[in-house]
Each structure stands twice: as C-alpha cells, then as structure tokens.
Design a protein around this ligand. Sequence first.
Ligand code: XBP
Ligand code: MG
Length: 278
Amino acid sequence: MGLCRPIARISIPYPRFLQPIVMPKLQALIFDVDGTLADTERDGHRVAFNRAFKEAGLDWDWDIELYGKLLEVTGGKERMQFYLDRFRPDFQRPANLKQVIADLHAAKTRHYTQLLAEGAIPLRPGVRRLLLEARDQGMRLAIATTTTPANVTALLEHALAPDSLHWFEVIAAGDIVPAKKPAPDIYFYALEKMGLKPAECIAFEDSQNGLISARQARLETIITINDYTKDHDFSDALLVLDSFGEPGAPYQVIRGQAGWTTYLDLDLVRQLHQKATM
Ligand code: XBP
Ligand code: MG
C-alpha cells in the first residue's frame, strides 16, 4: 500500500511578462498585379479600353489625365459606369446598359491580353528577382487583384515565365468577390484559401485603394508607387518605395526605414515583417 497519495497537479499560470512570446513567422507574400507587378494602366488597360470603345463605334476616349481620375474606381466595368456617371451626363443610356458595359469589357479584355501577348508591358524592376528568391526559399506566393483572371494569366505567362501561373498557390482576381478594392474581401479570400493569418503574410501594393484593402484585412503592406499613385496617402504602409530596385539600379525610399539597402530582397522583407509584428 502506498504511503503517499498522488499529489494533485496544480497549474500555476506564468505571470504574463514571463510567458514565451510567439512571433508570427512570415509564410507568404501576396501581390497586387496592376501597378505593382507591372505598370499596366497607362499603356495597357487604358489603351485596351479605348480600342474597345472605338471598335463599338463610341466616341469615348480616355486620355492619360482622364484615366488617372477614373482609376479612383477599381474594376473595368465599374470604371466605365463611373465614367458615364461622372463625365458623360450627355450620353443616352440604352435600356440594356449593364450588358453593353459587359460586352465592352469582354472586348477590352481581348485587346488587353493581345497587348500582353505582343510583349507590350514588362515587369517592374526587381519583381522577377524577388519572386525567384521567394520561390528558392520556399516562401508561399499569392495574387490579390481586382483585374480579370485572364489578364493575370496573360501578364504572368508573357512577362514572367510561361509556367509562372503555377508559382502562385492562389490567384484571387476580379469578380471572384463581389466587393472590389478598397474593400478587403479579395485579401480575406486569399488568406482563407491559404489557411494563413494576416500576421503571417505581407502584401505588396501600388495604390491607396490597394493599401486600404490590405490594411482592412490587417496585412502589413509594402508599396511601390508609380506615376498615377505617387501622390496617394501611404501613411499606413510599412515601407514606400519607387520600385523594388535591382542590385545595379537602387530604389528610392519614399517613406519608412530600409537601412543601407538599395533593393528589396527577402531578407529585408523578413526584417520589416518581424519589426511590425513584434
Ligand atoms: C486594378 C484595377 C483593374 C484594372 C482593369 O486595380 O483597377 O480594374 O485597371 O482590370 P488593382 P479589369 O491593381 O488595385 O487590383 O478591366 O479586368 O477590371
Ligand atoms: Mg494596383
């Protein structure tokens, strides 16, 4: 017969300050497409819209400056509707306007993907390098964009590599969610598909709408500006750059801390993520 009764296990909670801090590890990079991977708007989407309008016999013509104003609204169909509402009160709207816009948009997608197939739009500096480095190091990759899926496929296949669609485990694009950026839905969708928490990812964007979308999904975000977005408010971003930069072509840091670095690599992305999630 045992003399000792088993001692009941009492679990005494550690004081909070002694509990181990588990820092979220960076698991995935989530990229916007238009303006971030490539400068697609001015010489790509805009040109394709104008070709579709001309083909349909419309007098709509979006010059570079007007297109900058139209970019306030994301999504090509939504943008056409915004153009009519804001700039063309004179336009006699047909009863089937929704269908007319959908048809114009399908024609625009045809013209846009054709432009990409001709090699009209290259990737922005540093994009290929960063993606290759991420792949080499087993970092998970995803896309979160408002553009049509066919446009993403065409850009990746023609500007990155024929098989590069498969580099990304999720392509969250276009009408896959009802509310486009600045709503966070497209990022929620990508996170859910990957089974990751926002703190385990970093988003890459080029516009205020994109930043609002990513931040509403609680993602830390790195911005690369372009001509259309250089005056946007990026005060909520982790880092704002004029491009990802290349070893021989340094970037300009517009806002945030990048130390002595001259281009964005995975080491710097990890450091920024760690600092932000501490
Ligand atoms: C991109 C867009 C898209 C494209 C056009 O925004 O706003 O609408 O301009 O694409 P983001 P579709 O970079 O924030 O995703 O015509 O296919 O909609
Ligand atoms: Mg963009």
